[in-house]
Design a protein around this ligand. Structure first.
Ligand code: NOJ
Length: 740
């Protein structure tokens, strides 16, 4: 039963001074003090521009003390902390809030628990390639159990920003380029993080981000402007957030970017009309870090005071670390510039979530004992390994002259392993793994030792000697973990030259070469695709990286992951995605078609693609109308010699519509286990109201006419059936979508 806290909220609100109300909106992080003369930001800049080395930076950081702003906390001027991930500190600060402030309102602790806390699971982009909602929920649950034991009440996740541009560094943090997949992934994470009752000690509130369309930044550059038609916003971006709100996410983080000229942080239409008005959200909004103050840089506010007014009026509740509300809101209200009702709304939203989390009844939801025993449980490690295995995508697996594929490897092979990442534990977690410890991670080398695999670590200088001694050469290549994630956009998404040179040398030896890719985004890898006989996309797999890679390479598990992002053949093709609209001149052989002179028309690997050690055959696709839905049935047979799991995908296309529609749009999917030789029929239902779109006047319409339904093992490899869709009277346009 839903609990109603409105009376309690109003009672508390009536007792609060203006200053105390503003205090509830203040989220601060511990600031670093001492040890160095400059600010933390300046210190970071000094490291990035080379004035100090990384080692010097680390040394200074190690000697710095943390200021937890206890004096402000006692005065009721702090409502939340960000970035505190240990039970002892959290409880110490909570005690001050509960026992030493006038009203004793508990704090809420927020943290970036993006893909696990101590038990780091694959980066979200990797995990999405499992196409498995139960798995996404289970890893979310494990993350919540660990994080709440460390005193965390809210995670700044899931990120469901649809990301169609591989140059954007934050592609790694979401479920790829498709809006349905992002929505399903995010909704599963919300369920996992929040559990069945938010007031339980092991439940944490999900702060959905980045609302909205952060992934549509121009040219894939982080923090960049977003300029979208309303139709595109409603069809391709908003539904993933809406699905998470429907799943019960209790917090939302507005995005850094503007949408059509209005930064999300001060976008009243977005935060009030859409989020609260149309979608019925009554949780809290938390700004992105410093984002309210940055509205001055955007050029939407003359100064921070104006930014505070605009943000609060827009529906922006909690200020993450910009100190803008705490500095200006009281004065704005006292001077009558800002109506107190906006402040009251924000405070109520925050108190509501605090009540729902059970913080008023039980402010100390953990202790050091629970924290000690909660981390890295064997079942979490198992789950991390399962998730890593399921996230891996086999991109290539050529057969030799005898018709035998290079992978899986024979158990007895001697491996020559090349590439620094093969032994580097800390690199395995990928972006945003702040609770992680390098020593918790299993590298490929660690896993080889543990399994008793015969191997030799090679260097570029010793390629020939090592090759002479080994049966198969393994090139471990890709990106470093800090080359994706926030502020890590890349203009060139190819591999570094040294890695290509290494591959050339390995291939010259004549020994079979397999590549394992660790990376946080799709890469343009034409050389690898053309020359390396076997390629496994492992992403940044988390703490069980090495074990999971060997599970797949040695065939203990048959790989089943499928890409949730398109791999372009060249950086210049970005943004490249499967659900594009057609032009009047679709790319083709003729010169006068939509393409580049110096890049192919097609991607290297399409959305939905992924091989396995067995093969699947699709047949007998049938589509029929069943009441308000289409029933799509397709047979899938495992025609190879190994058992496996296949991700069956169903797409749809509206052939001729009142507005140009995507060439293909994912409508449903199912992962199905098939024993060698087994055949199954997979059945999807797609409601008729899913076939619509927003017309020129922004009415959601479902039109009669021809539709194509596709089913297959990738967006480029499908069977298809054409259907003439007839409208029943009640399905005529009603101006509403069920998604947004
Ligand atoms: C900035 C990032 O954009 C956001 O995703 C994150 O949650 C906050 N910083 C807090 O670390």
């Amino acid at each position: 039963m839903e609990k109603n806290y409105e009376e309690k909220i109003n009672e508390l609100l009536s007792k609060m001074t203006l200053e105390e109300k503003v205090g509830q909106l203040q989220q601060c992080g511990p600031s670093l003090v001492g040890a160095f003369e400059v600010s933390f930001e300046e210190l970071l800049d000094m490291m990035f521009d080379g004035r100090i080395s990384k080692e010097e930076f680390d040394r200074l950081m190690g000697t710095a003390k943390q200021d937890f702003h206890e004096e402000e906390l006692k005065a009721g001027k702090v409502g939340s902390y960000n970035g505190i991930g240990d039970a002892e500190t959290a409880n110490r600060l909570q005690k001050i809030a509960v026992e030493e402030t006038r009203l004793g309102i508990p704090l809420i602790f927020g943290y970036d628990v993006i893909h696990g806390f101590r038990t780091v699971t694959p980066i979200p982009l990797g995990e999405s390639c499992a196409w498995e909602p139960q798995l996404w929920e289970a890893t979310g649950r494990a993350a919540a159990e660990e994080a709440t034991a460390a005193g965390i009440h809210m995670t700044f996740a899931p990120m469901v920003d649809v990301a169609k541009d591989a140059r954007w560094g934050r592609v790694s943090e979401g479920a790829g380029e498709d809006v349905l997949l992002n929505g399903m992934y995010g909704a599963a994470k919300v369920r996992g993080f929040q559990g069945d009752d938010l007031s339980k000690e092991d439940a944490m509130a999900a702060c959905l981000k980045h609302f909205a369309a952060y992934g549509a930044g121009e040219a894939g550059r982080d923090y960049n402007r977003v300029d979208l038609s309303m139709q595109r916003l409603y069809e391709e971006y908003l539904p993933s957030y809406k699905m998470c709100i429907d799943a019960g996410a209790r917090a939302v983080m507005p995005a850094f970017n503007d949408i059509n000229g209005i930064p999300c942080t001060v976008n009243r239409w977005l935060l009030t009309d859409v989020l609260r008005g149309q979608w019925g959200f009554d949780g809290m909004t938390v700004s992105d870090a410093n984002a309210i103050a940055e509205c001055v840089n955007h050029g939407i506010a003359a100064d921070k005071k104006e930014a505070a007014k605009l943000a609060l009026e827009a529906g922006m509740d909690m200020d993450m670390t910009s100190n803008t509300y705490i500095a200006h809101v009281e004065e704005l209200v006292k001077n009558g510039v800002l109506k107190e009702e906006f402040l009251d709304r924000a405070v109520s939203d925050i108190l509501r979530v605090k009540f729902e989390l059970g913080l008023f009844d039980n402010p100390y939801q953990t202790n050091e004992e629970r924290e000690k025993t909660a981390m890295l449980k064997p079942q979490y490690r198992e789950l991390a390994r399962e998730a890593a295995v399921k996230s891996m995508v086999l991109l290539k697996n050529d057969k030799n002259k005898e018709g035998i594929a290079l992978l899986p490897l024979d158990k007895g092979v001697r491996l020559g392993i090349f590439g620094e990442a093969a032994s580097n534990r800390g690199e395995m977690t990928g972006a945003w793994a702040i609770g992680a410890k390098a020593d918790d991670c299993v590298s490929i080398e660690d896993a080889c030792k543990a399994r008793g695999v015969a191997y030799q670590i090679g260097t570029e200088a010793a390629v020939e000697e090592v090759a002479a001694d080994c049966d198969v050469l393994l090139a471990v290549i890709g990106e470093k973990k800090d080359e994706s994630g926030e502020a890590a956009s890349r203009a060139d998404i190819t591999l570094p030259k040294e890695q290509i040179v290494l591959l050339e040398k390995l291939l010259e030896t004549g020994k079979p070469v397999a590549a394992v890719l660790f990376n946080g985004r799709p890469l343009a890898i034409p050389y690898v695709a053309e020359h390396v006989p076997a390629v496994l996309e492992a992403w940044h797999p988390g703490i069980e990286a090495g074990n999971a890679v060997l599970d797949v390479l040695f065939g203990d598990v048959n790989p089943s992951g499928k890409l949730t992002v398109t791999f372009p053949a060249a950086s210049g093709q970005c943004p490249m995605y499967y659900a594009h609209m057609n032009t009047g001149r679709p790319g083709g052989k003729s010169k006068f078609t939509s393409k580049y002179l110096d890049a192919p028309v097609e991607p290297l690997y399409p959305f939905g693609y992924g091989l396995s050690y067995t093969e699947y055959e699709y047949s007998d696709l049938r589509v029929q109308r069943v009441e308000d839905a289409y029933e799509i049935r397709v047979k899938v047979k495992n025609t190879g010699s190994m058992d496996g799991e296949e991700i069956v995908q169903c797409y749809v296309r509206d052939v001729a519509a009142g507005r140009v529609r995507p060439v293909k749009q994912l409508a449903a999917f199912e992962k199905t286990a098939l024993k060698s030789g087994e055949e199954k029929e997979v059945c999807f239902y797609i409601n008729v109201d899913k076939l619509g779109y927003y017309n020129w006047s922004m009415d959601y319409v479902v039109e009669a006419g021809e539709f194509v339904f596709y089913a297959g093992g990738s967006s480029k490899d499908c069977l298809e059936v054409r259907v003439n869709h007839k409208q029943k009277e009640k399905e005529q346009t009603d101006g509403k979508s069920n998604d947004s």
